[in-house]
Write a protein that binds this ligand. Structure first.
Ligand code: FAD
Ligand code: NAD
Length: 450
């Protein structure tokens, strides 16, 4: 006899966890299942471990910026100890998360899952039936189909390195590569980032990215643009990556080649066909209520769902909550993606919220682009920083904040002020009039809007 539940959630990451808790708290019988230890990408293989490692780089960088300004010897990263610092956070996560689900009354299952009917699942030997299923299986690193791909290291493996190799090549100049490159460079590695495009971090403002590229070079990071990975070979004691460019190929020697060439939704092994769950471009096709367009028993949320939301943790949490509301009360709630900040945690960080300058200019809005070179501003001078710029795009007619682009130390926190303002429909004038604590990075906001 199969076990029966009101809701089965596949994937215990940010989207799944939040949906399961919301539904069980409302009285539904809920089971969750994951094929890996509970926690998902963000807590175990993404945001949180990455930022634990970044802390080491932040300390080194802060001291470097103040060298000759009252700070003596620059500290150095002890990689194994920094990894232990990371594990002090990540190691307890699966047990804690499973404990909190058990305590809430969620049935916690483990194993690979397959659909065997419209709302029937096979989990190992066990058959489970559900009134509703939420697919929240996230994404995994994209495999690169090149000779020697077996020599590549993915982001999950990078976050587990016991020793940091001396020479590291990052393939792909997206979030993963740029963030890891900045950490590795501060930890003393010799780092190159290669991307097939003409600049890294395509989703961010090009004027700010160009500044980031220059400051990254000063931090010792080399770049190869217009370069697409063709093969990786083991030669002697190291690796050699061949990258194709318009005018011939180049070879880069490294001890480690990291695949940062993107991520793909993890829905391939679910046997979605058995449940008639439609998918396109690798993501589950959903309605505005996050319900499968072809199977009314199934919802999807987070990175694996084809929505307008970016593959980011706050979006996964929000979509998990929206899907749970709809499971509980029928389809009534839609996701709201207004004012979601996206930050690449390079050193310093770069931020985007809302529209790009290009999109704003191409829209029918009358736009005012307020650009500021902030490198000489007090908040940068105080910490010895020599880079920084901001671009805020405002609708001239309505004074609405359309797009916010920030580059500099402290800007990831400043982003939250803009995000709140944009999500709440506040105008540029509201932020200009804000009485902020002084002197803080936040107190620069009114000048950014000037
Ligand atoms: C290196 C890195 C750094 C990142 N940094 C940030 C950041 O700083 N800020 C930010 O907002 N976002 C960041 N992200 C993105 C963020 O981690 C994701 O957007 C978020 O975790 C998505 O949550 P999710 O619940 O959709 O999926 P996930 O957290 O990926 O959870 C999916 C779960 O499903 C399970 N699963 C998959 N397939 C199956 C199956 N067939 N059967 C059973 N279980 C299955 C997986 O094991 C996993 O536990 C980062 C990502 C990476 C890789
Ligand atoms: N701080 C954060 O919020 C954060 C951090 C990491 C990841 N993420 C999420 O994960 C997603 C994936 O990030 P990512 O960095 O893996 O991918 P990405 O899509 O951001 O970047 C991949 C890059 O690789 C390049 N590329 C692809 N194939 C290549 C090849 N063969 N040779 C050379 N370059 C190649 C692409 O041009 C692109 O610039 C992001 O969209 C983001 O939403 C977020």
């Amino acid at each position: 006899m199969p076990d029966k539940f009101g809701l089965v959630v596949i994937g215990v990451g940010m989207a799944g966890l939040n949906a399961a808790k919301k539904c069980v708290n409302a009285g539904l019988s809920v089971a969750v299942v994951d094929e890996r230890p509970y926690g998902g990408t963000c807590a175990l293989r993404g945001c949180d471990p990455k930022k634990m490692l970044r802390r080491g780089a932040e300390v080194v960088e802060a001291a470097r910026l103040m060298a000759g300004k009252g700070i003596g010897d620059t500290p150095r990263i002890e990689w194994a100890d920094l990894m232990a610092h990371k594990r002090s956070f990540t190691d307890p996560v699966p047990k804690k998360m499973e404990g909190s689900l058990d305590e809430a009354g969620v049935v916690t299952l483990h194993g690979a899952v397959q659909f065997v009917g419209p709302a029937a699942l096979q989990i190992g030997e066990r058959e489970v039936e559900a009134a509703k299923v939420l697919v929240a299986t996230g994404q995994r690193p994209r495999s690169l189909d090149v000779p020697g791909a077996e020599h590549l290291t993915d982001s999950t493996e990078f976050l587990e390195l016991e020793e940091l190799p001396r020479r590291i090549l990052f393939v792909g100049g997206g979030y993963v590569s740029m963030e890891f490159a900045h950490i590795a460079a501060r930890a003393g590695a010799s780092v190159t980032v290669a991307d097939r495009g003409k600049r890294p971090l395509k989703a961010f403002d090009p004027d700010l990215v160009d500044r980031l590229v220059e400051s990254s070079k000063e931090a010792g990071i080399d770049f190869a643009f217009g370069a697409s990975l063709a093969k990786v070979e083991r030669r002697g004691g190291g690796l050699v990556a061949t990258l194709d460019r318009d005018r011939g190929s180049i070879e880069i020697e490294a001890d480690l080649v990291v695949n940062g060439a993107g991520r793909v939704p993890e829905i391939g092994h679910l046997n979605l066909e058995a449940a008639d769950v439609a998918h396109g471009d690798g993501r589950i096709t959903v309605t505005e209520h996050l319900r499968s367009t072809t199977n009314p028993n199934v919802y999807a949320a987070g990175d694996c769902a084809a929505t307008d939301g970016l593959p980011l943790t706050p979006v996964a949490v929000h979509e998990g909550a929206v899907a749970a509301s709809n499971v509980l009360k029928g389809d009534h709630r839609t996701a709201d993606y207004a004012g979601v900040p996206s930050v690449a945690f390079t050193l310093p960080e770069i931020v985007r919220i809302g529209m790009s300058e290009e999109d704003a200019r191409q829209s029918d809005r009358d736009v005012d682009v307020r650009f500021n070179e902030t490198s000489a501003w007090y908040s940068n001078q105080r910490i010895g920083a020599k880079v920084g710029a901001t671009k805020v795009i405002v609708d001239k007619t309505t004074d609405e904040l359309l797009g916010v682009h920030l580059f500099g130390y402290g800007q990831a926190e400043v982003a939250n002020l803009f995000a709140l303002a944009m999500r709440s429909g506040l105008k540029a004038a509201n932020l200009r009039r804000m009485q902020s604590a002084y002197p803080t990075h936040g107190s620069d906001v009114s000048s950014m809007l000037g």
